[in-house]
Ligand binder design. Structure first.
Ligand code: HSE
Length: 438
């Protein structure tokens, strides 16, 4: 059988990695797919730029629409990113009856519902394994491997750049900006690195994971997103002293009232495996009612790890080329007409435990006032540290861990604590999760 012809949009880090992996493993890939897979046409913004791959035998252009309109190409691999030009190209590819493989989390998280609808109408596949957690086959694991379960919750370290920064801050006391620059140079960071450090990239990925875990439409706009820019070395150290690590997590949980969808720094017990996922590595912990907890770990970014997911999707698409579109794995794991309308919960309605840090005047009665406010909101304290002031003129740092409480109550308590004259500045609040079987 003739090889399948593939058009590639984007010849940067992941595009170059994809060309290299397809070439190096051509024989193994064809034994798996049943046919060869060949990139025949590729678009890049600047053809004079040095590449990590050999493009011999590939027709090159600076016009991506030419690739999308190439009648010989059956599958388009979109590695441009963003939801501007990439969206137009993917829509046109679908309209042209071509299958699409994409690593574009922003595109899927924000426009996936319409894209999948258009793809379904045209009988084409849109595969997006590389959009979440780089080389970890987490989409396939949740969508297919865990299909017998009612998924209860998932929590993931799904931004390599953020995890790299937090790890370097903890282990080496390095400066935030300096570590970010290194992540950019290594090709891990987004084109706009605020997407990494403000949690937007993680929220894109979490939105996708929640949809395939719970069978709900993609709802990126409803995700709560908080980054790592306010995490201080002090917080990292206090957390460690209390037996916790601070990780930037995407968390999604099914509750009676709806689905939690939230990205924020989180204290997790240091004995959890996921607490020890360091550097640029990603990990996703998924709790299914039948299987219990399962943990998926691997490289979440970089040329070949992401290419590994792109090529796996290509193999899947090639294997299913001749299958009846009605009998393919649904894009969002659940049949399109069987998606649930469970609402995404507002942050006020979620329930979690908290780490609080505040600066208090070193005078009698302050602690009593703080604990009275917390008690008034039904908030129970689990642990407490008070650091000695450096001298009589300085504040004391008070660190507390609380039991679980509704976020709205914690917000009220924090507002009241901050209004106390003897509490100086804002109260730092970091959410805390046990990530145990419940
Ligand atoms: N900027 C992303 C990260 C790349 O650091 O994880 C992979 O999506």
């Amino acid at each position: 059988m003739k090889p399948v012809k593939v058009g590639l949009l984007g010849l940067g880090t992941v595009g170059g990695g994809t060309v290299n992996v397809l070439k190096r493993n051509a024989e193994e890939i064809s034994r798996r797919a049943g046919r060869g897979i060949e990139i025949t046409h590729a678009a890049a913004r600047d053809l004079s730029r040095p590449r990590i791959c050999d493009t011999a035998g590939i027709k090159l252009t600076t016009h991506p629409m030419d690739v999308v309109n190439d009648p010989e190409v059956e599958i388009i691999v979109e590695l441009i990113g963003g939801d501007g030009l990439a969206k137009e190209l993917v829509e046109k590819a679908i309209a042209n009856g071509k299958h699409v493989v994409t690593a574009n989390k922003a595109l899927i998280a924000k426009h996936g519902n319409e894209i999948f609808q258009a793809a379904q109408a045209k009988g084409v596949m849109v595969a997006f394994e590389a959009a979440v957690a780089g080389g970890i086959p987490i989409i396939k694991a949740i969508r297919e491997g865990l299909a017998g379960n009612e998924i209860q919750w998932l929590a993931g370290i799904i931004n390599g750049t953020g995890n790299f920064i937090l790890t370097e801050m903890k282990d080496k006391g390095r400066d935030f900006v300096d570590v970010l620059k290194e992540a950019q140079a290594l090709g891990y960071a987004e084109a706009d690195p605020t997407f990494d450090v403000e949690g937007i990239d993680a929220a894109h990925k979490l939105t996708i994971l929640a949809s395939i875990a719970f069978g709900i439409p993609l709802q990126f706009d409803a995700a709560y997103t908080e980054g790592i820019t306010k995490i201080t070395r002090d917080d990292v150290n206090y957390a460690e002293a209390l037996g916790y690590r601070i990780k930037h997590l995407g968390i999604s949980r099914r509750t009676d009232k709806g689905i939690e969808l939230r990205v924020h720094p989180t204290l997790i017990p240091e004995r959890r495996l996921i607490a020890n996922v360091d550097g640029v590595m990603n990990a996703v912990l998924v709790m299914g009612d039948a299987v219990g907890p399962t943990l998926y770990y691997g490289a979440g970014a970089g040329a070949e790890p992401t290419a590994s997911a792109v090529v796996a999707d290509l193999v899947d698409v090639v294997r299913a080329l001749t299958s009846d579109p009605e009998n393919r794995v649904p894009h969002l794991a659940f049949q399109a007409d069987a998606l649930s309308d469970l609402p995404i919960l507002k942050m006020d309605d979620i329930e979690t435990a908290y780490y609080l840090r505040m600066q208090a005047a070193d005078e009698p009665g302050v602690m009593a006032k703080v604990t009275t406010i917390l008690g008034g909101q039904g908030i129970s304290i689990e642990a407490l540290i008070q650091k000695e002031p450096v001298d009589k003129s300085t504040d004391v740092s008070v660190i507390m861990l609380t039991h679980r409480v509704q976020e709205a109550r914690m917000n009220q308590a924090i507002a009241s604590i901050e209004a106390l004259p003897s509490i100086h500045g804002a109260v730092t609040r970091i959410r805390m999760e046990a990530l145990d079987a419940n």
